[in-house]
Structures are given as structure tokens and as C-alpha cells.
Design a protein. Sequence first.
Length: 218
Amino acid sequence: MDLLEAIRARHSVRQYLDKPLGDAEAAALTGYIDTLNRGSGLHIQLVRNEPRAFDSRMAHYGNFTNVTSYFALVGPKASVTAEKIGYYGEKLVLEAQRLGLNTCWVALTYKKIPDAFRVEKGEKLYIVISVGYGATQGKPRPSKSAETLGGVDADSPEWYRSGVEAAMLAPTAINQQKFRFTRTGDTVTAKALLGTPQTKIDLGIAKCHFEIGSGYRF
């Protein structure tokens, strides 16, 4: 499965099999996390065999079941970090998909367990991502049009159209899709619109998808 196939196959999954994350998958994810952290300056961590974060009233309200492993997306307290969290976190989501795992970005419906991961001075936990073996593969959700999200029309080059179509599949908080892409010649800009506190994270996720679909690099 290549990255574009992973984008198309990935859907948010909240119900998992009662099965611990395998050692081989955990080792592959940990190695990939190390690579991402070195390149980004983030402090992403894999938490395994830890059921407390998703054994709360909020988690049950969010319909999460059998979540015992998750990614803790930790990074510096800085204005630029949220977008980086989205961008590199989605790279991790797609790698998990390629390994046969399922995931879900989780902003609120979990409980912070301080002894489950490390937050150094000057850092904070931005968001978590559940990971495991899905009871199902999830399902597609509605999307705004390529014209709305990126001004795609009959004159748009194929690379730009492909990038926007990949961004259309990016997960966003409560499916708001509060991002927009704009093309001027061969230059693309992307911005977050007003929405939930997670919109900058969502922008990073969308930019990750756009780059994979288009080959463009921001």
C-alpha cells in the first residue's frame, strides 16, 4: 500500500478488537516516530497497554471501545507547533494504515494520564490518536467540493486537482474542513479558517494529504 492508497483506505475508527498492539507493529511505529521527531522537533510517543485514557465518561460518550494504545502528540509550546502536530501526526496515521492498523484523531473524548507519557518543560500535549486493530475499517464521510476547498475548475492542472482531492479526504475536527488552498501559477498557499481550536492541526493534516496527492512541497 502506497501513501495515496493509505489516504483512500483510512477512515476514523473508534471501536477496536480486544487485542493488544503487536510487538512487530509497535517496533515499526516506534522507529518511524523517532524519524519524525528528529525531523520535526516534536516529542510524539507511542503509549501501549494503557486503557485508562479511554475508560472515562467522555470516551464512552465518544463511542470508543477497547482502546489500549494511542499516540501522544507532544511538542513545544509555540504558535507553529499545532500545524506541525497535524502534518507529522498524519504521516504517522498513514504509516499505521500501511501496517494494517486503524486510527482516530481524538481532541477531547479521552482522559489525560500524566504517567503514561512524558511532557518536558516548555512542552504540552496537543492531541492524541487512538491506534489498534479496528472492529471495522470505518466508513467515508461527506466532503466539501474541490471547488470550495481549492477553487478547482476546468483550467486547474492535474497535479493541483489531485492534491486538493487528497486533501478532501483529510480528517478534521467534527468534519468542519476549515481550510482552503489557493493556486497562483505553480505556487500554492494554504490557510486555516475560523473554527474549532483544532483548525491549525487540521490544516497540517490537509497539507500532508495535499503534498502526497500532488507532489508539491510547501
